[in-house]
Design a protein around this ligand. Sequence first.
Ligand SMILES: [Zn+2]
Ligand SMILES: [Zn+2]
Length: 332
Amino acid sequence: MARLGSWIESHPEGIYVRPADAWIDPTEPKPKAMITHGHSDHARGGHGAVLATAETLAIMEVRYGPQSGQPIAYGESLRVGEVEVSFVPAGHVLGSAQIVLEHKGEKVVVSGDYKRRPDPTCACFVPVPCDIFITEATFGLPVFRHPDTGSEIDRLLHRLHADPSRCVLVGAYALGKAQRIICELRERGHHDPIYFHGAIERLNQLYESFGIELGQLRHTGGATKQEMAGHIVIAPPGALNDRWSRRLPDPVTAMASGWMRIRQRARQRNVELPLVISDHADWDELTMTIRELEPTEVWITHGREEALKHWCMTRQIKACELNLVGYEDEND
Ligand SMILES: [Zn+2]
Ligand SMILES: [Zn+2]
């Protein structure tokens, strides 16, 4: 009997599904690509045919222009070559999917990036029991345990209300995290206008076009310091310490990221208010997911693979690392 999953190959530039003649999240242009989600390290430009959710295709079109894309809905099943393919929600960002592959009686799930806690901007992760689970491990160390999101949002609001003469500038990844922070604030009853950096405008509009309500948003461009005092401003992490932020009224610098668990990372970016809010599974979510799916084998794609591999092996689950190159989840 052939080795489990022998029809799936790991290459530095991505996962190749031989009987489908297609790549998953390749980091180099390929004739046929299946894309888990729109983050730019997973969804690159320049592929031939692209199979992805409508949301992911729309994100790719904002970034790279028209795609020869085929949209696939969650739960829809499609034959690609000799492989039965379906996409199910991964709970990571709008349109993010796990890719489920079935061939010769074997079921393989490629998680892409995922998380298990609720996110008002995207569908919840759906567990699919499988033979091989190919998982990310961005926060694959027991030290990474993300706190409750609501309490982090409350800390943000508390800080905002503490000094109405200042604004709170929140650094958040432009795709996903920025819109999630806005929605989480709305869910906590914050309905004031939220200001945004121009770099997230198109993605805000894209989220709204898919029915995600973000409430009243204002561009920082046309606003005075006085108008922005007492308000929240959302910007990509790269803008936190650049000249642009001088237009803001004495900003309290915050950052929303799983990496804020590490004090040194917060200090490096001069972050006064670190908010541990992540779009990736933490250690407990990773291990809970593997327990739930009961795979025979776990393949670990990117992040901190060692501890998770060890965890699997002590539970008699075969585990290995795939050495894929080019995925960065540093901004989470
Ligand atoms: Zn991602
Ligand atoms: Zn990733």
